[in-house]
Design a protein around this ligand. Structure first.
Ligand SMILES: [Zn+2]
Length: 372
């Protein structure tokens, strides 16, 4: 069924929870008929998603305060930030840090700088690379990356010269801004190609690892269009070049929604050679995370927990860039899909930080460094 091109919006597919689809009101009856004919059972999870979007907009307006001041603590993680605010947030952190520096890894299709933060020590210490926001509508991801940045700077005296950490909070700033201003559920980049009115590539299908083989559509109008060729997008080129230059010990990429902590592969149901290490570490991280708010995470390989999809950054990082430890973290949805309720931001980012600390401790311990 060509569900991607016909006005429906696939929000999530999972082996255990079925497929979640946003159905526009004008297609409701047609959708029901189609499901009846195919014998697929359906359950309505939420009737009026627009009301959720409206409520989230209203909350954002109420919580908007200008925090572009002098204190690094003036933003309280009580709303989602626009891209310009995120840049200001990073500049503020750097201003109040001894070791943190801004990294600019390239420009988006529309010319926005793709920036982040690093705390870098000498060459022979372990390195962690984190990114978020490759999928525009998954706002839970960038806000979590920002919180990790803030905690990095708060603890920089302990971390410095023990571990180097690099964070890019919004890989796809064009899409992110578009999801704020025009279409809340925009997923792709905003690149244009000749011969079609349809805009954007699924950047997380654009990496050169079994590119366009699974979980992608050649239709440029599809939400899972992988581009005309691998690394067609300046955003994925920037991530590729950065990972190749850093050679991290661990790569963590934030998405929503899950909650799931996934390791490669996405292109096959077979598992990487170190899957037992990946699985064990994920379980420890999820256990620590759960202690804070009781949040449960599903753990496993992408293809086994979700579905076959290739050309994603996590598979590429492990297969081509040879990063030994790679995770995709699908943050919780709290029953609202991509519209993370703003009162859930704080519990979400804090519990994620618990998992992050487990990763930090582990990569340090591999080199006999104590980073706790
Ligand atoms: Zn995603």
């Amino acid at each position: 069924m060509k569900i991607e091109k016909s006005g429906y919006d696939v929000w999530g597919r999972s082996r255990t929870n079925g497929t979640k689809i946003l159905v526009p009101p004008y297609l409701e009856n047609a959708f029901k008929d189609m499901m009846n004919e195919t014998g697929i059972s359906i359950k309505v999870l939420r009737r009026n998603i627009k009301s959720v979007v409206d409520r989230s907009r209203k909350a954002r307006r109420q919580n908007t305060r200008r925090f572009i001041g002098t204190s690094k603590n003036s933003f309280d993680f009580d709303r989602f930030l626009r891209y310009e605010e995120i840049i200001n947030f990073i500049h503020n952190l750097v201003r109040h840090s001894k070791y943190a520096e801004i990294i600019n890894i390239g420009n988006s299709f529309e010319g926005r700088p793709i920036i982040g933060l690093k705390i870098e020590g000498s060459k022979n210490i372990p390195k962690i690379f984190i990114d978020a926001g490759i999928h525009a509508r998954e706002w839970a991801a960038p806000i979590t990356a920002l919180y990790l940045m803030k905690m990095m700077v708060d603890h920089e005296d302990t971390l410095h010269e023990k571990i180097s950490i690099y964070v890019i909070p919004v890989v796809n700033p064009d899409g992110y801004e578009y999801s704020h201003t025009v279409d809340r559920f925009w997923r792709k980049t905003r690149s244009r190609i000749d011969g079609t009115e349809c805009v954007g590539t699924d950047a997380n299908r654009n990496f050169n690892s079994h590119w366009a083989e699974f979980g992608a559509s050649p239709d440029p109008c599809s939400d899972i269009f992988p581009g005309l060729e691998a690394f067609s997008e300046p955003e994925t080129q920037a991530i590729r070049d950065t990972i190749l230059a850093i050679e991290p010990d661990l790569y963590l990429t934030f998405h929503s929604y899950g909650p799931m902590l996934l390791y490669p592969w996405g292109f096959t149901k077979s598992l990487p050679s170190n899957w037992q290490e990946l699985d064990k570490l994920a379980k420890i991280a999820a256990h620590k995370l759960k202690q804070l708010n009781g949040q449960d995470y599903t753990i496993g390989s992408s293809a086994n927990v979700l579905y076959l999809a290739s050309g994603a950054s996590d598979d590429w990082a492990m297969q081509v860039a040879k990063v030994p430890l790679v995770y995709t973290m699908e943050l919780p949805d709290y029953g609202e899909g991509f519209i993370t309720p703003i009162e859930k931001i704080k519990p979400m980012v804090r519990e994620t930080y618990k998992a992050f600390k487990v990763f930090v401790k582990y990569v340090c311990a591999l080199r006999h460094i104590n980073c706790s």
